[in-house]
Design a binder for this molecule. Structure first.
Ligand code: FUL
Length: 607
């Protein structure tokens, strides 16, 4: 059976999911509307469109990681032109174990590597071209980055994906369509046969050859058939037909984000024609409203993936070490991706050594701690009671933990039964009255809403409009601590933290980015809140090279910090010069204290 006839079968699958008295018809992945279907019929079909098991599993991952690595890492470019000498690829200390270990610790569930970017250089020793690691100096041409990553993923039980750029600026046959299709499918076959299970195959849509460049007609039918035969459980992304590009590289999902969308997925000419007729593409604002359903001939489960880099570029460039996104920016991205019915695909590019750089690792860890701390404590009682709501204004009330302050609301639909909610409100019971505190349109897999800090007895969720009954899986209320802007310069820190690097956590060693003359330093517990891991007794050291340390004479104690955790500034007896500082501190109980970069300030001469 060929791939197309298999997918046609998927259309006809009718199932009863969960406990239902009446047989309901569900459509897996796509449904073609009957001719002359009314809008109501189309809406009913869209409401019963469900993901494939692998699309559902993919959505639940929430956090996935991209690794852009290749010749660009060494040339400083973002797009190589294919003329690069393979000898430039020479990581001095490639450590795939460190990549995956770090990502695992930070909550990521899958890693996708640029096995080949637009420059055509292959990170595995392919038989299809000499333009690969086999011609590089790295490991005398005997290395295989894809294998090293695969082995680390197996070790850490991490899902594994490959990015294989359809656009190839090195391959001579690129543009000779049948020849290149064969070449590309051979590359794909190597990747999908020699490296165990592959969970996501990522095909970029970029092609910058321009009007006078080579025009390649891709054989998407053959490409998809190859994937379905070799890795039937993999999802295919972007030019693939399981996972949709959100439409920007800034980390921004839509407030109204439908996974049941009228965008025709994949690269087949029929899909392109369908989208042209609807005048839409992945960047369009509206991909699933009733207006769009009215115009469309079909509806597709094609959920959004938000791809964004932790740095300005996709590849590592040393000059961008100081431009790693701030914690605040990363958390905003989390709310606008995972919190907007999308999966976040965050790019963390390995450096010239072949490691995740210190600056990125530090930020990832801060991000993971923040997300864990925020979402590990649901302040709502019994938020996980399954609720089937009629979309005509039906409400459900939830009790909050007494005295709990919250500022984030989470709503989740049971998307195994489709995405249905079109409009909802959230009210809080404060001072004996119900007050609307949030409202929105779609929910989907997960919706996160920010509200002002609030203490309330109860929350009420109302489903004002829904396509068929809404299936609410989970509701939550959480407290997200305020985040200080790392770059912030204020009265207790006059040296921008943009160029700081955390060299070690315990004791806290900080590279201030340049040699400075210090007059004072400040410890400011985050959120001005006491916690058991905070610093109480300490010794402060200074150094020019991070190796030879000089102790700075101080009182050695943050007095009364537990009862009054406000910023404490320690003036030095005389000015001290250096680039590194080390704070070795113990907690009020005598354990090792943890001080974060944003809890430390310095007062320097001529900042
Ligand atoms: C883009 C590419 O051109 C970038 O280099 C990067 O790979 C990004 C994820 O997709 O379209």
């Amino acid at each position: 059976m060929n791939y197309l006839s298999k997918s046609m079968m998927a259309l006809c699958i009718a199932t009863c999911l969960g406990a239902c008295s009446q047989q309901e018809q569900y459509y897996v992945k796509q449904a073609i509307f009957p001719e002359n279907a009314t809008l109501e019929q189309k809406v009913e079909i869209a409401a019963h469109l469900v993901p494939t098991p692998q699309q559902l599993e993919w959505q639940k991952m929430e956090l996935t990681a991209f690794l852009h690595f290749g010749v660009n890492t060494f040339t400083g470019r973002e797009w190589g032109d294919g003329t690069e000498d393979p000898a430039v690829f020479n990581p001095t200390n490639l450590d795939a174990d460190q990549w995956v270990r770090t990502l695992k610790e930070c909550g990521f569930k899958m890693v996708i590597l640029t096995a080949k970017h637009h420059d055509g250089f292959c990170l595995w020793p392919t038989a299809t071209t000499k333009h690969s690691v086999a011609s590089s100096k790295w490991k005398d041409g005997k290395g295989d980055v894809v294998k090293e990553l695969r082995d680390a993923c197996t070790k850490y039980d991490m899902k594994f994906g490959v990015y294989l750029s359809p656009w190839d600026r090195n391959a001579e046959c690129y543009g000779d369509s049948p020849k290149y299709n064969q070449f590309f499918v051979e590359q794909l076959t190597e990747l999908l046969t020699n490296y165990g299970e592959v969970h996501e195959v990522w095909f970029d849509g970029a092609n910058g050859e321009g009007p006078n460049g080579k025009k390649q007609e891709y054989d998407w039918t053959l490409i998809y058939k190859t994937i379905h035969e070799l890795q039937p459980k993999a999802v295919t992304a972007i030019m693939g037909d399981d996972v949709r590009w959100v439409g920007n590289e800034s980390g921004l999902g839509r407030d109204t984000e439908w996974s049941a969308t009228v965008l025709n997925p994949g690269g087949l000419p029929s899909a392109e024609a369908g989208n042209k007729a609807l005048e839409i593409n992945a960047m369009s604002k509206d991909l699933g409203s009733r207006d769009m359903l009215a115009k469309a001939k079909s509806v597709h489960w094609y959920p959004s993936e938000v791809d964004v880099s932790i740095r300005p570029g996709w590849f590592y460039h040393e000059a961008e070490d100081s431009k790693v996104k701030s914690l605040k920016h990363m958390v905003d991205i989390y709310y606008k991706s995972v919190g907007c019915n999308s999966v976040l695909l965050l790019n963390i590019p390995p450096d010239c050594e072949g490691r995740i750089s210190q600056a990125d690792e530090t930020r990832l860890k801060e991000f993971a701690v923040y997300i864990n701390q925020t979402f590990s404590n649901n302040l709502l009682k019994e938020g996980n009671q399954y609720w089937t709501a009629k979309g005509n204004g039906e409400s459900k009330t939830y009790d909050l933990q007494p005295d709990a302050i919250f500022n984030t609301i989470m709503l989740q639909e049971d998307i195994a039964k489709g995405q249905r909610v079109e409009e909802f409100t959230v009210e809080a019971f404060v001072d004996n009255t119900w007050k609307e505190i949030a409202k929105g349109t779609t929910i989907g897999y997960k919706k996160l809403l920010r509200v002002d800090d609030l203490k309330a007895e109860q929350l009420k969720v109302t489903i004002k409009a829904s396509r068929s009954n809404a299936n609410i899986l989970n509701v939550g209320a959480f407290y997200a601590a305020p985040i200080q802007n790392m770059a912030q310069v204020n009265e207790w820190n006059n040296l921008s933290r943009e160029n700081w690097k955390k060299v070690s956590a315990q004791p806290l060693v900080v590279d201030l980015g340049k040699k400075v003359t210090l007059k004072a330093f400040t410890y400011a517990p985050a959120g001005q809140q006491a916690k058991p891991s905070m610093a109480f007794h300490y010794t402060l050291y200074i150094s020019n090279d991070g190796k030879q340390w000089k102790e700075i004479p101080t009182t050695g104690e943050f007095s009364n910090i537990v009862n009054n955790p406000i910023p404490q500034t320690v003036q030095f007896k005389k000015e001290e010069t250096g680039r590194f500082i080390k704070l070795a501190a113990t907690t009020p109980d005598g354990g090792k204290a943890t001080v974060e970069l944003n809890e430390l300030g310095v007062t320097v001469v001529n900042p």
